[in-house]
Design a protein around this ligand. Structure first.
Ligand code: ZN
Length: 337
């Protein structure tokens, strides 16, 4: 959970719509008892939760906006506020003792009727017993309590927990905001457009940057695609020598296919002479222009369809090598007509 003074700014930058939503909801006194905020790392769900806590306690509200500076706001951001409790995973999970502690803190702190907020970050890591313990708490709303559960993956939560909360998906980041976060995560300018097509999560992007995996994979996919468009059957060899070693496990294999699809999208849009689209591989635009002029739109649409079918094959547990080789052969047939 963030503890710095920027939480309010970050909440407004990353989730402007939801900040506005909660401004209205709190003003009308219609805040629900429990919320589940779902969104990738970097989407601003932690900051939104802190914003709500500050909004409820700030003694210096300005036009429905917490000040971030008063004693209450400061105690919340320092995590020292007795009525705002934050639970985070200890190690890999949130354990039943942590939930019990939360419950006992709440039963003793303050007088009845006092506002209280608790935030559970990484809610999907709750053990079954922790989740069951929390469930009783959510079932018996005592007093003026607001529960904010945060998760990157709501599918991992017990349905009984989800059903007692109001689920809210974080809005996708605005393109500018996402790209500036990706740049801060270390994504080079030439990979920004591609990366923002592949993920909403700067943390995810940072993982792909380890050992320059993303840079190497983008270069390998471009090599393969340009061979295919010549059309040159060495593309088939490139699958085994270059793409397969980079596609080391299922998650990476999915991304390699997504990068191939991003390349196909460039090819199609270049061919139909779309003026305003953002290319995933901007540095290869000129080459792509030359390579695609000889093909009909139908041929390129067919190749893109083959790319989409490859993704389905991979999900049916066909090996990545088989999927990529078969895509190469079929695309080659289409382009050689
Ligand atoms: Zn304040």
């Amino acid at each position: 959970m963030p503890t710095n003074n920027d939480v309010l700014t970050i909440a407004e930058q990353r989730q402007p719509v939801l900040v506005q939503h909660f401004k209205n909801v709190i003003k009308k006194n219609e805040l629900a008892h429990a919320y589940l905020f779902a969104g990738p790392n970097g989407s601003g769900k932690e900051e939104l939760a802190m914003w709500i806590a500050m909004r409820l306690f700030c003694i210096n509200l300005q036009d429905g906006q917490p000040c971030g500076k008063c004693e209450e706001c400061q105690r919340i951001s320092q995590r020292e506020h007795p009525d705002v409790l934050i639970v985070e995973p200890e190690g890999n999970s949130i354990k039943v003792d942590q939930v019990r502690l939360l419950k006992s803190e709440f039963s003793k702190s303050g007088m009845e009727g006092n506002k209280k907020v608790f935030i559970i970050a990484g809610a999907e890591t709750m053990t079954a017993s922790a989740a069951n313990s929390l469930l009783k708490f959510l079932e018996e709303p005592s007093g003026n309590i607001t529960a904010l559960l945060l998760t990157t993956n709501p599918n991992l939560l017990l349905p009984t927990v989800i059903s007692r909360t109001q689920e809210m998906e974080m809005q996708p980041l605005a393109v500018n905001e996402l790209q500036s976060q990706l740049e801060s995560a270390g994504v080079g300018k030439h990979l920004l457009a591609l990366t923002s097509r592949l993920t909403n999560s700067p943390d995810q992007a940072a993982e792909w940057l380890v050992d320059d995996w993303l840079g190497q994979t983008a270069a390998a996919v471009w090599q393969w695609e340009s061979q295919l468009l010549k059309p040159d059957m060495s593309a088939f060899v490139t699958v085994g020598t270059t793409l397969v070693p980079l596609a080391k496990d299922r998650p990476h294999q999915r991304i390699v296919l997504d990068i191939i699809l991003a390349g196909f999208r460039d090819m199609l849009l270049e061919n139909i002479d779309h003026e305003k689209f953002v290319m995933s591989f901007p540095s290869h635009r000129k080459d792509l222009q030359e390579l695609t002029t000889r093909y009909s739109k139908k041929q390129l649409v067919d190749v893109t369809d083959l790319g989409l079918q490859s993704k389905q094959l991979l999900e049916r547990n066909v090996s990545f090598q088989n999927v990529a080789e078969s895509l190469t052969l079929k695309a080659f047939n289409v382009l050689s007509k």
